[in-house]
Ligand binder design. Structure first.
Ligand code: 5AD
Ligand code: SF4
Length: 479
């Protein structure tokens, strides 16, 4: 890997981030240079992660790099030598929490002036955030973005020894870096990135700006990673990408897409394959058939719809209509019988009328979702929707969210009820939060089940007979 000199104050620019370069993406291998081994010996780190699974996976990489440098995980913030906030920019309330956290950490810095405080992730990709941190949060030592995590050792070295502030955020993506070390949070469930970035540019969404253009990892690297996980005893992988259905569409020299990858991964011996997240417009027949034919791809699909109103979908730049979404959904359900489908929905998008909202409720009923993440539209600076006229009062938006959630909850319950009396396969996650004699785990359809059992079952797949369905979970007994 080329060793570019650290350029101080390399700040993000959303206009640059919007551009999509034609440059071919290369695959580079991560190597820790000799100078960076041992920097962290006798020192500790802590990473606070916010947001999506993509961030959780990135934090595992940061932890991997820090441990390779000799750092060990701190037991608490009190005794950490390095604290990194891996941030989320998807909605304003996510950012507000992080501002609060940054303020709180000031006290730690006063207590321990040698503490290195880092700000990473999607918020670091935003111009206005970096400006504000530079002016008002002088106690932050390092700001780095989503495209240069692999350079963390250089940044730590500069902050620690040269005592200089490092601000290095690239507005555009670079190459794909392989061979990155990871400290995985779970012992039997793993995240596997299959692609990075997003080219969809939904008008409300900041992600295409913070994560860059779509780049797919090579199938060889992905299969290698999953094979290693099988070898280490992992039972489940979740394939990650902003739009996994677009996997491989950026390959210039081969025709290999998401359905092909599912078929190949099905042969690796991993017990369970999941993936997130998808775009309806890229979901193809090949993927549905691969799911139908695979033994290990789970019968679960998270298929964000965002709205049921055609004018709103158009303004969101989603490239489908209510009718075409339902058509794809029905095709998926008939190809993979019994599949559980969940979704994401935004209410209060600029110009959304009562009639538009009723279309969303109608879609929720027709689609029979078994769960949904629901949000009130949040204005993201730099996205097209931030300048759309928005005359719906906040109070009405909150009411719509409330009504929507009531409907969605009926879907959760119905989705759970269909398993009562059946025997389901559960990957045991751990002991229940509420009762230490009770185990908790997820079924193939991604339903949470509680049942009595020995902790020795944690990490195993067991048969459970479902006895009761509640809105948020199932109760059962070992069978
Ligand atoms: N406001 C509200 N919700 C949003 N999402 C993305 N951007 C916004 C925004 N600006 C939601 C979408 C997406 C999920 C990850 O977050 O529903 O699918
Ligand atoms: Fe955002 Fe749309 Fe890309 Fe999802 S598909 S990350 S909502 S731009």
């Amino acid at each position: 890997m080329s060793n570019i000199d650290i350029e101080k104050y390399f700040k993000p620019d959303l206009n640059q981030a919007r551009k999509r370069s034609k440059k071919a993406i290369e695959e580079l291998q991560f190597n820790l240079s000799d100078a960076h081994y041992k920097i962290g010996v006798d020192k500790t780190y802590m990473i606070d992660t916010y947001g999506c699974q993509g961030n959780e996976a990135d934090s595992e990489t940061m932890a991997g790099i820090l441990e390779l440098m000799g750092f060990t995980k701190a037991l608490s913030e009190d005794n950490a030598d390095v604290i990194i906030l891996n941030t989320c920019a998807i909605r304003e309330n996510a950012e507000n929490r992080i501002w609060g956290e940054l303020g709180r950490l000031k006290a730690y810095k006063r207590q321990n002036p040698n503490l290195i405080l880092g700000l990473a992730g999607c918020m670091a990709q935003e111009e206005n955030v970096v400006e504000r941190v530079m002016k008002k949060y002088q106690h932050v030592d390092i700001i780095f973005g989503t495209h240069n995590i692999y350079k963390l050792p250089e940044y730590i070295e500069t902050a620690m020894f040269a005592k200089e502030r490092v601000i290095e955020v690239y507005s555009q993506e670079g190459d794909i870096i392989e061979n990155l070390p990871k400290v995985r949070t779970h012992k039997f469930k793993a995240w596997v990135n299959i692609m990075f970035g997003c080219d969809e540019f939904c008008t409300y969404c900041i992600v295409p700006y913070t994560r860059g253009k779509e780049r797919s990892r090579s199938k060889e690297e992905i299969i290698l990673e999953v094979n290693e996980l099988v070898h280490q005893g992992y039972k489940e992988v979740t394939l990650l990408g902003q739009n996994v259905n677009a996997y491989g569409k950026d390959f210039k020299d081969k025709n290999y897409t998401f359905g092909d990858l599912l078929r190949d991964l099905d042969q690796t011996g991993i017990e369970r394959i999941r993936f997130t997240t998808s775009h309806p417009h890229d979901l193809d027949r090949k993927t549905m058939e691969a799911m139908r034919d695979s033994k290990h791809v789970m019968p679960f699909f998270h298929l964000p719809v965002q709205s049921g109103s055609n004018p709103v979908l158009k303004k969101m730049n989603r490239h489908y209509t209510k009718e075409s979404y339902l058509k794809v959904l029905n095709e998926l359900k008939s190809t993979v019988p019994g599949i559980a489908v969940t979704t994401d929905i935004i209410v209060g998008f600029p110009t959304e009328t009562e009639a538009d909202f009723l279309e969303t409720l109608d879609l929720v009923e027709k689609a029979e979702f078994e769960g949904a993440f629901t949000f009130v539209f949040s204005k993201r600076e730099g996205t097209p929707a931030a300048s759309f006229e928005d005359d719906t009062p906040e109070e009405i938006k909150k009411q719509r969210l409330y009504i929507l959630n009531e409907r969605v909850n009926q879907g959760y319950l119905k989705g759970n009820e269909r398993f009562v009396g059946k025997i389901v396969k559960v990957l045991v996650d751990g002991v229940s939060k509420y009762d230490d004699e009770v185990l908790a785990g997820y079924t193939e359809h991604n339903k949470l089940v509680n049942f009595k059992g020995e902790p020795s079952l944690i990490g195993q797949i067991v048969n459970v007979r479902v006895t009761l369905a509640k809105t948020w979970f199932l109760m059962g007994e070992l069978s």
